[in-house]
Every structure is written in structure tokens, then in C-alpha cells.
Ligand binder design. Structure first.
Ligand code: TTP
Ligand code: CA
Length: 369
């Protein structure tokens, strides 16, 4: 008999703000607000996320920065611009720890992932709990970031469980406890039940997941259509057979770096660009990918960005082709951009992937058999 599935969902706590606290521990005991500035004037833009101290003042993702400032008036709070390079790097490190523990791994976004640990734990929830604690400890020791986790018999339940206790929460829902866990929750806790759907459900006198679960499925399909109605019915009853799946091939591999000194000297640019080329081509090699398109980008002192790309008819994989093409493209870019401005940042990207020679060889060898 197949063991019960055991799925872990990991969700990093107040992620961007926590990265900022990690870099600067003096922020830890005050409100921290990570901002995405629109560039259309001082303090214009939206809050990306906030630490839990700031949330006590009503500051949360999506509200205008100005509103957050009003809510934290006269309070010693830190308003910081988002530093995506940092968050992406921390995310990458944590994801590779998570990945090493799953029979199967699926990254859902910058700070969320599913692990299928059915085989690793032989379907045993005690073992799964120990494993989750071990992963949390390793992530803390290596990255100094807290991650909350949910354990359940499917992705739907594991995800809801992960959001129940934060930070560093661990919530376990065994198959037999699925109904008592889900039924008291408000319907909007189910993925796909947004603001509008919640209103409609309230009109139908459905407030909790349990009430939704007991409703005749035909009433739901009549109101929401067959696909959604059936989904709501199954979800409310804790039924979800979707698998934890590796994501498909990346669409591009790129890297962007800030120059030590602003410049428009080709040799100085190429010194950095060639390092990026080495980095991205070794990543492509690891993934056994060849690529058709090479793009380069310069971000100038006024933060405007210009780019140029070249696409080959057939996929290439040689580092020399990559470097020579990057050189040619940067030369052209320098001729195009305003003479007044120097470059601050530069990036190189490869895309249009095909599976590389090694894999092709495997396929042809296989075909001969
Ligand atoms: P979330 O997981 O929604 O939030 P969080 O990690 O900040 O907090 P929690 O502890 O409740 O999980 O989002 C992950 C990151 O995505 C978040 O740190 C910042 C970013 N984000 C935005 O930039 N804008 C948004 O509207 C949301 C919701 C998130
Ligand atoms: Ca999160």
C-alpha cells in the first residue's frame, strides 16, 4: 500500500524585512518598512512588506508609503528601499537547503516552497515533524532567517497550516485531523477565495470552510461554474491531489552588478562583464543548457537602462562566443548612450535555451537502443 502523502510547505517570515534585520541587527527592535519607490517624487510608492512590529501599527504590504509614514508618525521606524539583489541571494540559498531535503521540491515564489517528504519519512508524521525542525534549524544556522512550516497530507492543507503560526511556526495536520483543522476557518483562507468570492459566499450564508464543505456541490457549480464550483467543494473538504512538481526550465540566466566606479571605459566594463559571463555560462553548463540569445544591459548614472541583444540561428554554448558577443554589444551600446552619462551597473543575460549537447547525446544513444 502507498503510504499517506506527507507534504511540507515552507513560507519565510516577513521575508524582505527580515533580510534587512539580518544585515543590520540594530533594526530588530523597531518598525521596519521595506518600500518600493515609484520614482515619481519623494515618498511616492508602496510598502513591499514590514516587520511584525510595524504591522502592529497597521503597516502592511501594498499600502502607500505616505500612509505608512503617517501611521508611524513620531515613532523611531526604519523606511528602507527594497534591495532585491539581497533577497534573491538569500532566497536562493534557503531554497537549495530546502531542496536537499525533499523527495520532490517545488518553488512557488521568492519565499515559498513545497517539499514532498513521503518517502523520506515513510508517511510518518512524527518523522516529518522532526525533519521540519531540522530544516528550520539548518536554515537559521546557515542563513539566520526564520521560516514557518506546515505539514499536511496535501499541498492545500500544508500551505494553510504554514500560515497559522508565525514566526518560526510549525503546524502539523494529520490526515485524520484535516476536517477539524479546516472546518472552523473562514472561507477566505482557501486559495482562490478572494474578496469578491468571499462576499458572494457570505450572501449564500457560507462563512466557514465547514459550511462550504457541506453545501451541495451542484449549488456551487450553478453559482461559480463547473471548474471553480468543483474546486471549492474539494478544497473545503481538504481534497487536493495536485503533485509537488519541479518547475520547468528557467527562461533566462542573468546577473547584474554595480561597478566599483561609474565609467564608460570599455575595458573597465568588460572586466566586470567577463566575470558575469563566466558565472552565467557555468550555471548554464551545470543545467546542461545551450542558448540562442545574449543580451547586455547598462544602467546609467540617472538610473535609465539601455540594452542590446543578439540572437543566433542555432544554440551556442561556448564561453568565447559569449564573451566576444558581449564585447560587441557593449561597444555598440556605448556608442548609443548619451555622452554625458557614465554607467553604474551592468548586466549580461542568456536566454532562448535548448538542452545542451550532453543531453542530446544521451537521447541519441537511447534512440539507438
Ligand atoms: P509574503 O509571504 O506575503 O509576506 P512576508 O514574507 O513579508 O510576511 P509573512 O511573515 O506574513 O509571510 O510575501 C513575501 C515577500 O514578497 C515579502 O517579504 C515582500 C514581497 N511582497 C511585496 O513586495 N508586495 C506584496 O504585496 C506582498 C504581499 C509581498
Ligand atoms: Ca512569507
Amino acid at each position: 500500500m502507498q503510504p499517506n502523502r506527507v507534504i511540507i510547505h515552507a513560507d519565510f517570515d516577513y521575508f524582505y524585512a527580515q533580510c534587512e534585520e539580518r544585515e543590520n541587527p540594530s533594526l530588530k527592535d523597531k518598525p521596519v518598512v521595506v518600500c518600493i519607490y515609484s520614482g515619481r517624487g519623494e515618498d511616492r510608492g508602496a510598502v513591499s512588506t514590514a516587520n511584525y512590529i510595524a504591522r502592529k501599527y497597521g503597516v502592511k504590504s501594498g499600502i502607500p508609503i505616505l500612509q505608512a509614514k503617517r501611521r508611524l508618525k513620531d515613532i523611531d521606524a526604519a523606511f528602507l528601499p527594497a534591495n532585491f539583489e539581497l533577497y534573491e541571494k538569500v532566497s536562493e540559498n534557503i531554497m537549495s537547503i530546502l531542496k536537499s531535503y525533499g523527495d520532490k521540491f517545488e518553488q512557488m515564489g521568492i519565499d515559498e516552497a513545497f517539499l514532498d517528504v513521503t518517502q523520506k519519512t515513510n508517511g510518518n508524521y512524527e518523522k516529518a515533524k522532526e525533519l521540519a525542525q531540522k530544516i528550520q534549524t539548518e536554515i537559521w544556522e546557515k542563513e539566520k532567517i526564520t521560516v514557518s512550516m506546515g505539514i499536511g497530507p496535501n499541498k492545500l492543507i500544508a500551505k494553510i497550516a504554514a500560515g497559522r503560526q508565525k514566526p518560526l511556526g510549525l503546524t502539523e495536520v494529520k490526515p485524520d485531523d484535516a476536517e477539524s483543522f479546516l472546518f472552523p476557518l473562514p472561507v477566505n483562507e482557501l486559495l482562490g477565495v478572494g474578496k469578491k468570492t468571499t462576499e458572494v459566499m457570505h450572501e449564500m450564508r457560507i462563512n466557514t470552510v465547514g459550511e462550504l464543505a457541506k453545501l451541495d456541490v451542484e449549488k456551487l457549480t450553478k453559482r461559480f461554474g463547473k471548474v471553480l464550483g468543483t474546486y471549492f467543494h474539494n478544497a473545503a473538504n481538504g481534497i487536493d491531489s495536485s503533485q509537488v512538481q519541479e518547475r520547468g526550465m528557467a527562461e533566462s540566466v542573468s546577473h547584474i552588478l554595480t561597478l566599483k566606479e561609474d565609467t564608460r571605459d570599455l575595458d573597465a566594463l568588460l572586466e566586470v562583464a567577463y566575470k558575469i559571463c563566466d558565472d552565467i555560462s557555468s550555471r548554464a553548463r551545470e543545467l546542461n543548457l545551450s542558448f540562442k540569445t545574449i543580451s547586455v544591459q547598462l544602467v546609467l548614472q540617472d538610473m535609465s537602462a539601455s540594452s542590446r541583444a543578439k540572437t543566433f540561428d542555432a544554440p551556442v554554448e561556448s564561453i568565447d562566443v559569449l564573451k566576444n558577443t558581449a564585447k560587441e554589444l557593449f561597444q555598440k551600446l556605448l556608442e548609443e548612450i548619451s555622452e554625458e552619462l557614465k554607467a553604474r551597473r551592468l548586466g549580461v543575460k542568456i536566454s532562448g535555451f535548448a538542452v545542451g549537447r550532453q543531453a542530446q547525446k544521451h537521447i541519441t544513444e537511447f534512440a539507438k537502443d
